[in-house]
Design a protein around this ligand. Structure first.
Ligand code: GCB
Length: 617
């Protein structure tokens, strides 16, 4: 046996994780002040997926008249057993829709509905469980009000991250009513604001579970290679009396068994030399290991890959070797003429396989908000590096302290949920934000938080403030100084008057000396529209655009990768040109139904060429 491994078998003394953001969750309100336990799919849980009754409440009467039994939808009282004169709602008579799912694609009258919908699911319990019960919601866009048996258990703001509430003392033997009011409306202080270039799908878009947990349980963990290549495991317990529990982290295939005791805050930390036979994760070889995190009362199994990510000058290094990112941007929207926001494992495999196999990509930008764990886990499995982003998009209310709290919370929830995913390379703090002092201070705080929560990945943001100096495009947004990687979106030849002939000769300068990525470029094309004269929106134009832009980007100094915009056409109400768009942003390389446009192979050919040069590690 490897002597280092045998050393791993000794009892290791636990130490605190030591971050204020990782406050002990004992008895916490998971919704607003902390994060939900991670890796719900691996827990003992009742999956509440399936048909839920729904009531559309356009005037938000259930909220405005919450004190009236006639109107308080969330109480779910309408029925013969409650004989008041009458109720203004009745779940038993209401239509049903599938959860997880957005309402827009399931009820034609709700295609563009933006407002409040109440959902109800009943649950028969033969007896009240004697263990701790958490109601866990993968995501609900945008605000959620959660009730169990008529009592409010909490609320959550933010459409793309998980939240959970302890409902142990709300459950009863027999029939239980779970009501979730979801309001998709955004305001000027929300993140994002109402003005975005994608469809604002409403509803409970990710799974809902009733999770059974022991009194003291594994709340979250972060198991990774540190920048020095050592194996680090931080475990945090939640629940009661978190002090003094045996905590074990095992990686059976590597013979690693770490054992320690939790401290007063429920934290246990371990660091060991990596076993020699550890195979590192990479796009070319996406090796995942079974990892088991256990205490004397709880056990959670995960599949985790190990790799290092760093920067050296203008290069991005994966496992110490330079990598060029052959990427593509993706929205969370399924393939199909009436798409859905709800992406399950099959849909994730479908989208990401097109990127990995058909396009020969090694990188995906999951724009512009945290995608479902089905996507990030699939990226782990298929071998795709990931850009993960929060919806700090365009001009949000950067001067508003509450908006900052909200953005921090979203980022915190996203990072805690996904920081065990080897695929994630970048945490992005925003997209195309204005160059102001307020924005710099706001994003500066988010960047500090990322570094506190995860020092094993790179911080970036998609910039768009570019200065022209003697015809050269200079990317010197002051935000670049705070980032590890400078990324920029560019649409010359599509927006603005520049002809495609000029595009290849456009020069760029990146004064930061840091790695430089084109986080977007693209042009619209209606699948099947051919035009030798290359009218905009023809496939021929898109081909010429990609050829010209690839020529331009190839010459960019310090180029570390690209993620053109975008894999698939996606719905966006801003796209109202009925000749070509019909509410679709047509910059996809595939049509809504998944048909490849001609430009797909232009990008694929370039990626094949790069991969042949040996940049695929
Ligand atoms: C951008 C935005 C992206 C839009 C895209 C477009 O710069 O980041 O969200 O969808 O341009 O198509 O205009």
């Amino acid at each position: 046996m490897n002597p280092r491994l045998s050393m791993c078998r000794v009892l290791l003394i636990a130490c605190a994780i030591g971050s204020s953001l990782l406050a002990a969750p004992a008895g916490a309100d998971f919704g607003q002040t902390s994060t939900a336990p991670i890796n719900i799919a691996a827990r003992d849980a009742i999956d509440l997926s399936g048909e839920w009754r729904y009531i559309v409440d356009p005037l938000k009467t259930g909220v405005v008249r919450a004190d009236s039994s006639r109107y308080s939808v969330f109480r779910d009282m309408a029925g013969p057993e409650n004989p008041i004169d009458f109720f203004e709602y009745n779940f038993d008579a209401a239509p049903r829709m599938m959860i997880p799912g957005d309402w827009n694609g399931q009820d034609a009258s709700l295609t563009w509905y933006d407002g409040l919908v109440w959902f109800r699911r009943t649950l028969e319990l033969a007896e009240v469980p004697d263990s701790r019960q958490l109601l866990h919601i993968g995501a609900a866009n945008y605000k959620a009000l959660v009730y169990v048996n008529g009592e409010k258990v909490g609320e959550h703001e933010g459409g793309f991250t998980p939240f959970a509430f302890d409902v142990t003392d709300k459950l009863v033997t027999g029939r239980n009513s779970i009501v979730i009011g979801v309001d998709s409306e955004h305001g000027n202080n929300s993140v994002p604001t109402p003005v975005v270039d994608w469809k604002n799908y409403g509803g409970i878009t990710r799974p809902v579970h009733l999770v059974s947990l022991p009194d003291t349980y594994v709340h979250d963990y972060f198991i990774r290679l540190g920048s020095d290549g050592r194996l680090i495991a931080d475990v945090r317990l939640g629940g009661e009396e978190v002090d003094g529990h045996i905590v074990k982290v095992t990686v059976p295939e590597l013979g690693v068994e770490l054992r320690g005791e939790s401290d007063k805050s429920g934290n246990a930390s371990f660091t060991i030399d990596s076993p020699d036979r550890l195979q590192r994760w990479s796009p070319a070889s996406p090796k995942l290991y079974e990892v088991i995190v256990a205490t004397d009362e709880d056990e959670v199994a995960d599949r985790i890959g190990f790799r290092t990510i760093s920067v050296e000058g203008s290069d991005i290094l994966l496992n110490g070797d330079r990598i060029f990112l052959r990427g593509i941007s993706i929205h969370e929207e399924a393939i199909g003429a009436t798409p859905s926001r709800a992406i399950n494992v099959e849909r994730a495999r479908e989208l990401l396989s097109i990127a990995k196999q058909d396009l020969n990509a090694n990188f995906v930008r999951l724009a512009h908000y945290p995608h479902t764990p089905a996507m990030t886990r699939m990226a782990d499995e298929l071998g795709l590096l990931v850009w993960s982003e929060i919806p700090v998009y365009w001009d949000i209310d950067f001067g508003n302290a509450d908006t900052l709290v909200l953005a921090k919370k979203m980022q915190h929830e996203n990072i805690i949920r996904d920081r065990n995913r080897a695929s994630i390379m970048f945490w992005s703090v925003g997209n195309e934000t204005p160059q102001t002092e307020e924005r710099l201070a706001f994003l500066g705080e988010l960047i500090d938080d990322v570094r506190r929560l995860d020092d094993t990945r790179l911080v970036t943001a998609a910039l768009h403030n570019v200065r022209s100096e003697g015809g050269v495009r200079v990317v010197d947004d002051p935000l670049g100084a705070l980032l590890d990687v400078v990324a920029v979106n560019t649409y010359q030849g599509w927006y603005g008057g520049m002809s495609l002939e000029r595009v290849p000769s456009v020069q760029w300068r990146n004064p930061s000396g840091k790695p430089f990525v084109y986080s977007e470029f693209g042009a619209g094309a209606l699948y099947g529209f051919q035009d030798p004269d290359r009218e905009k929106f023809s496939e021929d134009f898109q081909v010429a655009y990609y050829e010209a832009t690839i020529e331009m980007v190839k010459k960019a100094p310090d180029l570390a990768g690209v993620s053109p915009w975008i894999l698939k056409d996606f719905l966006s109400p801003r796209r109202m040109n009925w000749k070509y768009q019909e509410y679709w942003n047509r910059k996809g390389l595939i049509s809504p139904e998944g048909n490849k446009k001609a430009a797909f192979s232009v990008l694929r050919d370039w990626y094949d060429e790069i991969a042949l040069q040996g940049d695929d590690r």
